[in-house]
Write a protein that binds this ligand. Structure first.
Ligand SMILES: *Cc1c(COP(=O)(O)O)cnc(C)c1O
Length: 371
């Protein structure tokens, strides 16, 4: 048996006629940039996030950059974030001209630990970017309290967590803004690059809209430095077809996660830590990530046996060569470093079959039984 990390073909087969019709609609209209499909998607995703504005942009990385710039974050400002995330979170801070300041994670949720944030606040700190890693929200309630106390902006990197909740709060509701990625592998994936800023803040929304079109307002008059980061109509049309299915796909991910957890806890609980659904949080399992000390060996064994896995992420941001000038060193964030050494994400997508999950866990159990 072969189990891929993710297989988008079944989903496409189930939506094919609708998708092709939507794409044909765009091409027949000859309106390719910032038209009705983008407007509809922006309205739907804003509503889904319980906020008033959605601003479609070219990808999730630009969304973070645009939100930072729109919130007035730039040169001389420090932005506190997690080192255990995809590169784009740190990259966007530097691209905005600000300095990333890392704080360690909570090893159970893998998310930024609010108590660590406070240790790193200085008089230059202007913002916090929590990342809702693997589909589970960071503790936004506590982060909002800290931000209010110190007068900081909060921008949520929700790239992996559309549909996640903390209590009744959705992604975007407690932050000044949140950003999504619709990269094809994300829980709501386009057929190319796409992203969005969502916000309840009228000023951030207005500025984000201007920044994504070269800072042009009125057209051909430029008061701020923007760039081209628009969401195109073809991608928005695909996303409009997919969006109504998002919650049912998330439910399937949650069901697969429970099944993995029950199988793993039954068979290899001494060797593998299964992901924790923190109480009161709605986890949408963008990834199902286990921890094991023999991670690299296990990954090779699974690979030899037809099971694809991924390491998200093998090198924390504070140790990335490109950020060397920030002066961090190994040992600065032990919890993030441990997670980077032990995390292994297993195949996860809504269409995953029970037999595939059984095979994955059988091979994991075989690996630990062998040596
Ligand atoms: C995917 C991702 C991004 C970037 O999104 P793109 O659309 O690929 O630019 C940012 N942050 C996190 C945590 C991500 O997983």
């Amino acid at each position: 048996m072969k189990v891929p990390m993710l297989d988008l073909s079944e989903q496409y087969a189930s939506l094919k006629s609708e998708v092709l019709e939507a794409l044909d609609g765009v091409m027949s209209s000859s309106r390719f940039i910032l038209g009705d499909n983008v407007k509809k998607l922006e309205a739907d995703i804003a509503k889904y996030s319980n906020v008033s504005h959605g601003i479609g942009c070219a990808n999730g990385s630009d969304a973070i950059h645009i939100a930072l710039q729109a919130a007035g974050i730039g040169a001389g400002d420090e932005v506190i974030t997690t080192p255990f995330t995809f590169f784009a979170t740190g990259g966007a801070i530097v691209r905005a001209g600000a300095t990333p300041v890392y704080a360690d994670i909570d090893p159970v949720s893998f998310n930024l630990d609010p108590e660590e944030i406070e240790k790193h606040i200085t008089d230059k700190t202007k913002a916090i970017i929590p990342v809702h890693l693997y589909g589970q929200m960071a503790d936004m309630v506590r982060i909002r309290e800290i931000a209010n106390k110190h007068n900081l902006i909060v921008i949520e990197d929700g790239a992996q967590a559309i549909g996640a909740k903390q209590g009744e709060y959705s992604v975007g509701q407690l932050g000044d803004a949140a950003t999504y990625s619709f990269f094809p592998t994300k829980n709501l994936g386009a057929y190319g690059d796409a992203g969005m800023v969502v916000t309840k803040n009228d000023d951030i929304a207005e500025k984000s809209r201007v920044i994504r079109v070269h800072g042009s307002k009125p057209k051909y008059y430029h008061h701020v430095l923007g760039y081209n980061s628009r969401l195109d109509e073809l991608q928005a049309a695909v996303l409009n077809v997919k969006f109504p299915h998002l919650d049912s796909w998330s439910e399937l991910r949650r069901k697969h996660a429970d099944y993995y957890t029950s199988l793993l806890n039954e068979k290899v609980s001494e060797f593998v830590k299964t992901p924790v659904k923190v109480e009161g949080y709605h986890h949408v399992f963008h990834q199902y990530t286990i921890l094991t000390e023999r991670r690299d060996e296990l990954q090779s064994y699974l690979n030899e046996n037809g099971v694809a896995t991924m390491i998200y992420y093998p090198l924390p941001l504070h140790l990335q060569p490109v950020f060397e000038s920030l002066g961090y060193k190994k040992g600065d964030f032990p919890k993030a470093e441990k997670a980077a050494n032990e995390a292994l994400s297993l195949p996860m997508f809504p269409e995953l079959k029970e037999e595939q999950q059984q095979y994955v866990v059988e091979k994991i159990a075989e690996f630990f039984a062998r040596k």
